[in-house]
Structure formats: C-alpha cells, structure tokens
Design a protein around this ligand. Sequence first.
Ligand code: AHR
Length: 540
Amino acid sequence: MLSHYIHPRPFSIFSFRCLTSAWIFLFLGIWLCRCGSGQSTAARIKIDVSRISTGAIDQRIYGHFIEHLGSAIYGGVWDPDTDRLNPQVRDEIKALNPPLMRWPGGCFSDTYHWEDGIGPRDLRPTRPNLYWGKFGAEYGPDDSNHFGTDEFLSFAEAISATPYINVNFGSGTKEEAANWVEYVNGATTTPGGARRGQNGRVEPYGVKLWGIGNEIFGAWEIGHQDAAPYADRFLEFAQAMKAVDPELELVAVGCLKNYLTCPAGWNPTVVSRAGAEIDYLSLHIYLPEVIFTIAPKGRDDYYSIVASPREIEADIQTFFQEIQDAHGEDRIRIALDEWNLWWRYGQLLHSDFTLRDALFSAGVFNVLQRNSPPVAIANYAQIVNVLGLINTGPECHFLSPLYFVFQLYANYSEPFRVPVQVESETFSSRALASIKAQVNVPYLDVSATTNAQKNRLTVFVTNRHDFSPLRTRLEIQGVKPEGQVTLYELNASSFEATNTFAEPEAVKLRDLPPVKSGSTLVYTFPAHSLTALLFTTRPD
Ligand code: AHR
C-alpha cells in the first residue's frame, strides 16, 4: 500500500472560544460534508479497485478463542444452572459471524485431559484447574467438565464457526492426542468414533485444525521445553495424529523474536527441524506485552495505543521473514492465535476496554487485512469475560466497545484487498511500557476490500485524532459507485468512554442516514471514530 502524508493546517471546532461560533461551524461542516461542495479538505483517500490483491484475505483472521479461565466457559458461554449454552451469549457471538473458535486454551490446554469431558455429564469428574487455579478460585475455578469436546463442537456448530482444538502437549502424550483426533474425526467403525457415537454423535465432526502445545517456550507453561526438544516431540505428536487423520492441518508454537520471553532462535529451530509437518506457526501478541503495572489513561497513552497496530504490522512481517528464512519457502502461514491489549490481571475476569481500545482493534484488523496471506488465522483473546467482548453478570451483561468492531469487520469486509493511498495530517506517539514510540503516524487509518465481482466495496476509516474531525475527500477508481453509501459509525463522547453493567450503551454502533454515492465523496470523519462505508459498485 502506498502512503503519502501531507500536513494541512489542523482545524477544530474546539479551537473556537465562543460556543455559538462552534455550533455554526459544526453545522456548516456537516452541510459541506453532505453536499460535497468542493471546499478544501483536510485529508484525502484514493482507492483503486482496478488493482486488487490476487490472493483472497483469509476469512479466519476474524477468529475467536475461549479457554477454561475465569468465567469464559462456566458463567460465560455455558450456563451451569441450566447446564446448557447460554442462549443470549450464543446469539451475541453468532452475530459476530465468527469464522473460527479456538479451545480449550491457552495455558489451560497443556493441563487438559479430554477424556474427563466426554460421556454423561453427571458422571464426569470435577478437576482442579491446574494452570489458572494458581491465581485463585476466581481465575481457575474447579472444572466440572460439563463443557467438554461434544459441547464445544456443538457450540461451534451453533455459531457456525470452524473449530480449532489445541491438544495437551505439556502434560499429555501423543497417544492421548491421537485418540482425541479419533474421537472427533473417526468413523464409528473405529474405537474412538464408536465412543463418540455412544455419546450421541454418530457423524464425525471433521475438525481439521489442531494446535500442538501452547507457549511451550515460556517458563510459566506446564511442559515448558527448549526449541529443539519441542520440535522433535511435535513431530512425534504430528505423526501419531496424522496416522489417524492425514487431512489434519497443524499449528506449532512460535514466538516473537526480541520479546523478553522468546528464547533466541526459537522459531528457526522449530521450523527447520519440524517444518515438514507445520502448516501454521503460532504467534501471540499482547500489548503492552503484559506489563501489569500500568492502566493507560489520558491523551498520550491514547496515541500510544492507537498507533501500536503499526508495530504489530512490523512484528508480523519480521516473524514471517524468520519463518521463510528457516524454511526456504512460504508454505507455512501465521496463526496469530492470541492477540489483544492486556495490562492488568483483573481484566481476565471482566474487560474494561474503552473506545480507544476499540480503535486499536480496528487498526489490528487493517493490519491483518493488509498482511493476509501470510496471516491465515487470528484469534482474539478472548470472546467472553476474559478480556472479553461480551461481559456477563448475574443480572445483566454488557458488550465491550471492541464487540462492535468485530461486528463490522467480520460481517462487512470483502475477500479482496484494494490498494489505498492516504494523505492526512500525522502525529507522534510516545513509548508506553513495551509499546514503542512512533513518528509520522497518519491520523486516518484506512482499509478497503471488494468481492470477486467488484460489485461491493467496503471502506473502513478510523480517525485517530483525539478531538478534531477530519474533512476528507474519497476518490474511487476502477469501479463506478452507484446509489447510496451505507454508513455505520462507532464513536462516543470521549475516547475513554466505556460500557459497564451500570451503563451498557455508552459506546455503541450507529447506522447513519445513507449518503449519495459517487466516484468522489467528501465526508467528515469525527474525532476518535471508526466509520464503515459500504458502497455498491459496477465494474468499469
Ligand atoms: O489469554 C490468556 C493467556 O494468555 C493464555 O492462556 C496464554 O496462552 C496467554 O499467555
């Protein structure tokens, strides 16, 4: 993508001392924007639909993750009182059009024995949560095992998501992993498939995507190992699992070089020893890299956080380069199977994300759309309660501001990336814990996608300016926009606005009145907002 930044004179309705003048200016601005008067604009976006990406964006980049941690499962997706899926949570997840769901962990997966979670529920053993229990009962309550393999896979079917299972490498064996594959995918003529049939599910689930271990490079992980023994044992697991189902696609553990916790040479060692059986190398990114001492607040932290997806983009590209250098080809793709902001342990119980963090997640999606492939998979960590998009309580629940970003991107993005050229004023951001300082970051962050027929074009625009709307000229080439543009906007009174049990709708999605479409459109993007513009187009 080409980017060229200019530095127009900043303008703001708040620079007026007199409130009356400010209102006049605001109304004038809206009128100018709606009428496309040809007045000078503060920013420009050029979209060229004649030069779309050859490969499609992998739709699995809008994926999710649930772990036996806090109340993600029991009290989240699963209602222990009724002993079934929570229908409201299920429907809210389904509304996100989730392409992929990873389970059962995370760190928990390296302690989980799947046979505890099959068969009649009243006969299943309750087990201590061996990983999260260390942090207290709120984080790792005892596990009734009522949400096991069949419940997870029925849940995935109910929300129309592709399941992704992480096997226990840490305290499990290759035989246990292979038996799990047979239980899930085997015909009823096999011992595992017959067991599944006895438990009520005759048809194999056909789960193709399996991870072997989680963060095994880290000293905190149960089963922690160095890269070479991990790679060699990964191969043993892969061979045993593929002997049951040769169609499996496997995810190996990777980590971001230069992160404190990533041992030097981890990725090259794993890829060069086990690359033949690796389809995806896993990457986890939490910013500001799980430093539990800060609570971001105020303008400077706002800019650090909304600029940080650029750092993620550089990290993803470095990671892919490392894989290619070690493997000598580009077959192995990236599974960014955990990503989020995270700065406080308590966020594992309920999320407290603000509009600022929602704009961060829009930036991450723009990065993923620009870098897929090679990013094939991405899983937001995690969908319910744990750093959650959905937060449940005994009486009511609320949706985090990030929920709406997922709703927009997963429902309205099209498969092919369209080149975008952005000219906008820029800002600098300072370092925040592990987030690096940045310069020359354009206020506008834009991603555009179209379908194969080129009759739909979706443009996502984030205005990261903390107080100034940006009057912008959009120019579309290569197709003819027709009719009206459908508009959705995510915004609130402040970038620190958040939803809570007491005030669940402080940040919400609004559908705006449509505007007349055309090859040129002048539109004012409000401060700290995300706008989705949905065009109907005709190929040139
Ligand atoms: O998402 C919470 C935890 O963060 C996961 O269990 C682990 O993989 C990561 O460190």
